[in-house]
Design a protein around this ligand. Sequence first.
Ligand SMILES: *[C@@H]1O[C@H](CO)[C@@H](O)[C@H](O)[C@H]1NC(C)=O
Ligand SMILES: *[C@@H]1O[C@H](CO)[C@@H](O)[C@H](O)[C@H]1NC(C)=O
Ligand SMILES: *[C@@H]1O[C@H](CO)[C@@H](O)[C@H](O)[C@H]1NC(C)=O
Length: 461
Amino acid sequence: MREPEGRLCAAGLVLLLVLAVAQSAFRFPRRYTPDWRSLDSRPLPTWFDEAKFGVFVHWGVFSVPAWGSEWFWWHWQGQPQPQYQRFMRENYPPDFSYADFGPQFTARFFQPDDWADLFQASGAKYVVFTTKHHEGFTNWPSSVSWNWNSKDLGPHRDLVGELGAAVRKRNMRYGLYHSLLEWFHPLYLLDKKNGFKTQNFVSAKTMPELYDLVNRYKPDVIWSDGDWECPDTYWNSTNFLSWLYNDSPVKDEVVVNDRWGENCSCHHGGYYNCQDKYSPQSLPKHKWEMCTSIDERSWGYRRDMAISDITSEFEIISELVQTVSLGGNYLLNIGPTKDGLIAPIFQERLLAVGKWLNVNGEAIYASKPWKVQSEKNTTSLWYTAKESNVYATFLHWPEGRVLSLESPISTSKTKVTMLGIQEELKWTKNPSGGLLIFLPLLSPSALPVEFAWTVKLTGVK
Ligand SMILES: *[C@@H]1O[C@H](CO)[C@@H](O)[C@H](O)[C@H]1NC(C)=O
Ligand SMILES: *[C@@H]1O[C@H](CO)[C@@H](O)[C@H](O)[C@H]1NC(C)=O
Ligand SMILES: *[C@@H]1O[C@H](CO)[C@@H](O)[C@H](O)[C@H]1NC(C)=O
């Protein structure tokens, strides 16, 4: 009587053990510990690498003076620069404070659906929005930013929530920019005075706001910034990130950048931004993103913008092409006005990217770096690959309409087409190896795009 029961028990135990092992291996995702070794080992959710192009939006109280840059407050009162002090003297009463700009941040004409339509038409797959810049003003009703948030003051609206809803309605991913530091927050200044040995600011402001942003808006990206004055241990970054990766409502899809404390950038976190406008010259080992601004001198809107400060369409497309070829994402910034309008020059540039991507997006979205990124001695021809196709985007139309490619090796199955044009292109073997491609004889108006054309190669090695 007893024996069979015992055997049954043993068999049951073995079964349980097998189940437990199977569960821990397949069912339950691994858990991350709050240290960089563990956090850095998390695979980046695949959507981010496939997205390739995003729009960055800098909007806040700095959009009210809209002069110089979004660092206005710092240049006026942090490390004063004479031209900022003169600007204030000449345009505002003597006792005017930065806080007095708050009520003038009206967002009166802010139509989140119009913005999102524009971003979608630009071909962006994600949008990153400033929830709070170094000035500390929150674009959402933060309960720990009393009277210095967009619900109590100025717009009296939840800007982060409204834009998020409009962006997601159009199937774009939604990322949140968040500054860890606040230049003039009394608790931050107190911690700074203590050599960052106390964490009053982090426990009263930074952490509550980061958790609130994640739980409330479920971001796809946390674009961290303002980390550089203190180590990640002060910011409690690894504790926050282990919660984000293990237990948060966005644990499977969220991606983060690398600005989580002094010396983190380019070394730790999710993908790497390294420094602003980072643009490596060869293929990095780690996923990265180039962030840059259409107005070369500012991220926030400024009224003193000149046409010579505006990045040309050609430069923007060239940067996008080079970035993607080198394995990066391209995040292009605009700064709306205080009343929520996007200057036509920014609209024009974004629409130009969209028009180009409409024709050439096949070579960009979800592509991978190829075995080589560009031909020797040139920065005007860039390769990407997808499935068995190789794409070569050339920025300048070659003299004599003959495009010479050194790296692809032709086979008996080689076919060449140009994106946006129906017929196959003629080609021969390049005497030096590679291919000579005879581009179509077309009038400029019949070309699919004005610059940066893509040839698609199938059956090459
Ligand atoms: C840092 O994170 C840990 C774990 O979540 C928490 O217990 C601690 O209170 C946090 N410290 C601060 C200063 O926020
Ligand atoms: C960051 O790097 C600098 C230069 O190597 C070093 O002096 C500093 O101690 C580092 N800070 C931290 C927090 O590791
Ligand atoms: C490329 O540069 C190398 C070294 O500077 C030079 O020897 C070579 O001739 C160049 N090739 C072309 C096609 O210009």
